[in-house]
Design a protein. Structure first.
Length: 447
């Protein structure tokens, strides 16, 4: 697949591949960078089956280094700035033999034999590999091992040439997906230096961006900021969103703010990549999954997916696949014909006196209040009920009264949901309630 990518890039050498730090980089220039990185790798003796940690963010250097490493059939561990504090862990768990700092070009060897059954599978198949680590918020990060050839195989069929913003992170499965979709389809990928609503809207207007892949939490911030009203975003054709559940209220506001933009819910995980998806409508949270090489089913209310782009397995955890190859997602869903609607992670469900509470349902209602910028709902141990529902609130007004917010929320939720779902405890915060990867932070310890 990397050979096919290079062929497609050669055809459009004069066209712009990426815009990095405001500077356009043509496909020809990117190909030259890939060649230069290949020479550097050859000089160090890095070749098939070697395990390399590539440290960097979206840039001309990191993109070129990644493709060059795939050309050498190396196994690449990606490490972006939001995970730099986990570098030692990734090096150890990933058994990295080399560490490369993309932007400086520094290459340093490490003494390890990198022996692991999944790595041996890649070496025997003569496939390049990609290792992505989970956020690891609840402990040691899990390393997912992919065949890069298998992961990129879905791009064999040409898609649409659309100018795209690389909003999602370099070491995130959706970020990798965005990168290679853009390059395989000879598009232009604009690399942001700042992911604030104002900066993103300014980039969309300046570069006439057509596709914004992002997360619901960012869209909520964007709508609250009003930045979309201060810039000409008429070039936008598609907004895709994923990484976390989309609140129905946020989706409705987004559909109203962008009436001429197609809103598409994406679903994907580090383990299986992102299967094709189609939203029922712009303001619907129902989504159709599947396509060539993908299938899904529901077992005990939880989604299971069979994917041609599935990982080979975890470096440091048991297999999450069923005997017949379906990935156990842990996502609770409702089904309506060919469509599914996500209710929440199985691990997030709060059991209150034997009754199940899905945090997303409660969060969706609380976010409708104009006083609330964001909210995270989770459970805390309770001596009688087993668990109590807690709402951590980020108010629009930093001087907001906790008592006033509690009264407003309880009044708004009364009659909307069952009493046991209404939070019993409220906590104020000014910190972000989503991770850099766009996932909701749900605390169960300190509130």
């Amino acid at each position: 697949m990397i050979g096919r990518l290079i062929e497609r890039m050669e055809i459009v050498r004069g066209q712009i591949a990426v815009v990095a730090s405001g500077t356009p980089v043509s496909y020809g220039e990117l190909l030259e960078s890939i060649t230069d990185w290949g020479k550097l790798l050859d000089a160090q003796g890095i070749g098939p089956g070697d395990v390399v940690l590539l440290k960097g963010t979206f840039s001309r250097a990191s993109i070129s280094a990644l493709i060059a490493l795939f050309q050498k059939q190396a196994i690449v561990i990606l490490l972006a700035p939001t995970s730099y504090e986990k570098e030692a862990e990734f090096l150890e768990v990933g058994l990295a033999q080399w560490k490369i700092q993309a932007n400086s070009g520094d290459i340093a060897p490490r003494e390890t034999t990198a022996e692991h059954p999944l790595y041996e599978t890649l070496r025997k198949a003569e496939d390049p590999g990609l290792v992505l680590f989970s956020s690891g918020s609840t402990g040691v990060s899990k390393g997912t091992v992919h065949s890069a050839a298998r992961l990129l195989s879905k791009f064999a069929t040409p898609g649409k040439n659309l100018r795209t913003l690389a909003f999602l992170l370099f070491d995130h499965i959706a970020g990798v997906d965005t990168l290679f979709y853009s390059l395989f389809n000879q598009s232009t990928l604009v690399l942001p230096e700042n992911r604030s609503p104002e900066a993103v809207c300014a980039l969309i207007a300046k570069h006439q961006i057509e596709v914004l892949p992002t997360a619901p939490s960012f869209l909520n911030l964007l709508l609250l900021s009003g930045a979309h009203e201060a810039h000409d975003l008429s070039s936008l054709k598609i907004i895709t969103y994923g990484s976390e559940m989309m609140p129905a209220s946020t989706l409705q506001r987004c559909a109203e703010a962008f009436p001429n933009v197609r809103l598409i819910q994406k679903y994907g995980t580090s383990e299986i990549g992102a299967p094709p998806s189609k939203s029922k409508s712009n303001d619907s949270t129902w989504v159709k999954l599947g396509g060539d090489g993908f299938d899904w089913r529901v077992a005990d209310g939880k989604l299971e997916i069979l994917a041609k782009t599935a990982m080979l397995g975890y470096l440091n955890a048991p297999s999450p696949f069923t005997p017949d190859g379906y990935f156990i997602t842990g996502d609770a869903v409702e089904v309506d014909g060919d469509y599914v609607r996500f209710l929440g992670r199985d691990s997030d469900i709060i059991n209150v006196g034997g009754q199940k509470v899905f945090p997303a349902e409660v969060e969706n209602l609380i976010r409708k209040l104009p006083e609330v910028e964001d909210v995270s709902v989770y459970g805390e141990p309770h001596a009688i009920l087993g668990a109590a529902v807690v709402a951590k609130l980020k108010p629009v007004n930093s001087e907001a009264s906790l008592k006033a917010l509690r009264i407003a929320i309880r009044g708004a939720l009364s009659g909307q949901i069952e009493p046991y779902k209404i939070p019993q405890k409220y906590v104020l915060t000014q910190e972000s309630l989503t991770t850099a990867r766009g996932k909701q932070i749900r605390r169960t310890k300190d509130g």
